[in-house]
Ligand binder design. Structure first.
Ligand SMILES: Cc1cc2nc3c(=O)[nH]c(=O)nc-3n(C[C@H](O)[C@H](O)[C@H](O)COP(=O)(O)OP(=O)(O)OC[C@H]3O[C@@H](n4cnc5c(N)ncnc54)[C@H](O)[C@@H]3O)c2cc1C
Length: 266
């Protein structure tokens, strides 16, 4: 059984440098010039699971990303790890889209390589973190969607047997392909790149698609096509009041309780 597998990967600001992100005090624009970009961490797990599925059943893994030209870096990484092909959806017309506009462009890119059996996404992006893009792509394609996936098997009759994490336990589910799954970090331990993988990059298929290369209605893309708008971006100021308690430990505990009561915190 050969599977056509897609994995959605996003380039994000490295969370280790989030403290370097500042806001323009005048415009509220996010300034992240000093912050390096990386592959969204859980998307590494999505790539790994896509590769394992192909290794088990045969087929093809295509990595896809919507973003500026530099997002090619995360696709190159996916190809180095073992993906067969990569597609970058990049056009000024796609920029500044909200999650639905992003999902719409990604769904259009995926439609161009359909029929697809399994689409992998990460559970959430480290920066935007809405967890919306995966479910929205699935809705737009009419596929079932399962989030928080920690185990996936595909049977010979093309049914997916899935374990998803829920509060206080796990849920076992079965669904027919095609399907979109959003994976959690628990699903696997991603592999590291090999020298062979790095050298193979030159032979891999990389496509960059612009607006005119995919079937999209311009009314649904970019800022204009986004049903949600950022109202205001501001830095939250956290006021702290420093109080030094004095006396014996018992007296300090009593004072602390009294102060917390006065502030209606307990
Ligand atoms: C009104 C509005 C305006 C915005 N304007 C801008 C802007 O000007 N510039 C900007 O950079 N962002 C902008 N964004 C943010 C942008 O919409 C999100 O970064 C994007 O939709 C992904 O959402 P998320 O980060 O919450 O991903 P999540 O939904 O948390 O991501 C889950 C998974 O979906 C997949 N995924 C998500 N995004 C992509 C992608 N681009 N390519 C491939 N796979 C993906 C990955 O597998 C990821 O693990 C805006 C958002 C809003 C609401």
């Amino acid at each position: 059984m050969s599977l056509n597998i897609v994995v959605c990967v996003k380039q994000v600001a490295n969370p280790d440098y989030f403290s370097e992100i500042t806001l323009d005090p005048e415009t509220g624009a996010i300034q992240r010039e000093k912050v390096p970009s990386i592959l969204n961490p859980v998307d590494e797990n999505a790539i790994e699971e896509a590769l394992r599925l192909r290794e088990k059943h045969s087929g093809k893994v295509t990595a896809i990303s919507m973003g500026p030209p530099q997002a090619k870096e995360v696709l190159d990484w996916a190809l180095t790890l073992g993906a067969d092909e990569a597609i970058l959806l990049s056009d000024r017309a796609f920029a500044a889209g909200d999650t639905l506009a992003t999902a719409y462009v990604l769904a259009a890119g995926i439609k161009a390589i359909c029929p697809v059996d399994v689409i992998f996404c990460g559970n959430e992006a480290a920066d935007g973190a809405t967890q919306q893009v995966g479910p929205q792509i699935a809705e737009l394609l009419g596929y079932p969607h399962v989030s928080n996936v920690k185990e996936l098997m595909v049977s010979e009759n093309k049914a997916a047997i899935i374990t998803r994490i829920i509060e206080y336990g796990h849920l076992k589910m079965e669904a027919n392909l095609p399907i979109l799954v959003s994976v959690s970090r628990e699903i696997n331990q991603p592999r590291t790149a090999t020298a062979e993988g790095i050298f193979s990059l030159m032979d891999k298929v990389f496509r960059e698609w612009r607006l005119e290369d995919i079937a999209v209605d311009e009314k649904n893309i970019g800022l204009e096509g986004s049903p949600t708008r950022v109202g205001k971006v501001y830095e939250q100021k956290i006021e702290r009041q420093r109080v030094i308690l004095e006396g014996t430990p018992e007296e300090m505990v009593d004072t602390a309780i009294e102060k917390l009561r006065q502030e209606a915190l307990i």
